[in-house]
Design a protein around this ligand. Structure first.
Ligand code: ZN
Length: 151
């Protein structure tokens, strides 16, 4: 189900089965814990490569913050539509960012990151790009599977 969201709103990632778009107030989301690890910077490189192939340019200067399930409306991740900020669920992110974590989890994290950067670029869920269709068999691109084997 596709529902248009306000251009300046914050769009939930829609990562839970059956969830529809909902909107959160960006002012209510935490911005005091930006994540600036090398892994996040490498994810940005992967996202730029992925979107470059589609001719999509997410806004530069991505900022990644951690939030609780409650803060993120029960979602894995939230992105600023047309902005540059991303919020990841802290507990899930911590597990998936662990270098010793399973490759599949890291590949999913990579896919979610690219998905959220797509929202930053102004794209909505199910907007015609495979990565914007969470839950589809081809959601995780090969570039993320490759990334997961080395991070
Ligand atoms: Zn989404």
């Amino acid at each position: 189900m596709l529902r248009r969201a306000a251009v300046l709103g914050v769009v939930l990632a829609g990562l839970l089965a059956g969830s529809a778009h909902a909107e959160l107030s960006a002012e209510a989301l935490p911005v005091n814990r930006p994540v600036t690890t090398p892994m996040v910077r490498s994810l940005e490189t992967v996202a730029a490569s992925y979107w470059g192939r589609w001719g999509v340019l997410p806004p530069p200067g991505a900022e990644v913050f951690l939030g609780s399930f409650t803060q993120l409306g029960g979602q894995i991740a939230v992105a600023e539509l047309g902005g540059h900020r991303i919020w990841m669920n802290g507990n899930l992110a911590a597990a998936r960012w662990a270098p010793e974590g399973p490759e599949e989890a890291r590949a999913l994290l990579c896919s979610v990151y690219i998905h959220e950067r797509g929202h930053n670029a102004g794209l909505l869920d199910n907007d015609g790009y495979p990565i914007m269709e969470y839950g589809r068999a081809n959601f995780t691109p090969s570039i993320c599977r490759e990334w997961a084997t080395t991070h």
